[in-house]
Design a protein around this ligand. Structure first.
Ligand SMILES: [Zn+2]
Length: 183
């Protein structure tokens, strides 16, 4: 599974969960918080805190829904494992990742982990290095394979697909490679 800002999660079996809703709420929350800070009334702090709790609740519900979808798909397809990219330093590594995204990815990982465990599916993290630039069909790795953020176009074998879907397949392959003991 690939994580991102435009798409929160994309699975190697081809399901996309958009990040639009999360991003929309994040902007709305930041705008409202900025307005409240400007008026500076005595109870602004309290209002801000209550918005914070409400938003956190909405984000959490959304992440539960996504996690349920991911685990249901893995279960329906008889998957034994779900691979996540390693979440350490994800804000430094991934362009456009805000604090909220990093929080959302960690929550999503935690939700998927316990929901998957209940179905007998294991959740693992793998090294995401080059998974966005490598061709999931022929293995050719090249920054040129990514003409835009969304497109993947292999310069060696001409394979074309959505960049997040290509990355999700590479993350799945990475887990298989690790399990086979090869590098
Ligand atoms: Zn290729």
């Amino acid at each position: 599974m690939d994580l991102g800002v435009e798409n929160i999660a994309v699975t190697s079996t081809g399901t996309f969960w958009s990040g639009d809703e999360l991003d929309h709420w994040r902007r709305e929350y930041e705008n409202r918080r900025a307005t409240l800070q400007r008026c500076g009334s005595s109870d602004a702090h309290e209002v801000m805190q209550s918005i914070g709790r409400k938003e956190t609740g909405r984000f959490t519900i959304l992440l539960h829904e996504i996690a349920n979808g991911i685990v249901a798909e893995a279960d329906a397809r008889g998957c034994s494992h779900i691979a996540f990219e390693n979440l350490t330093d994800i804000r430094e590594r991934m362009v456009g990742v805000k604090r909220l995204h990093a929080w959302a990815f960690r929550k999503l990982h935690a939700f998927v982990a316990y929901k998957a465990e209940a179905q007998g599916i294991q959740v693992e993290q793998v090294d995401p290095a080059k998974t966005s630039q490598r061709c999931s069909t022929c293995g050719h790795t090249d920054p040129e394979n990514r003409p835009t953020r969304e497109q993947f176009h292999c310069q060696a074998c001409d394979y074309k697909n959505h960049a997040d879907y290509n990355a999700a397949k590479n993350i799945a392959f990475e887990l298989l490679r690790n399990q086979n003991g090869a590098e």
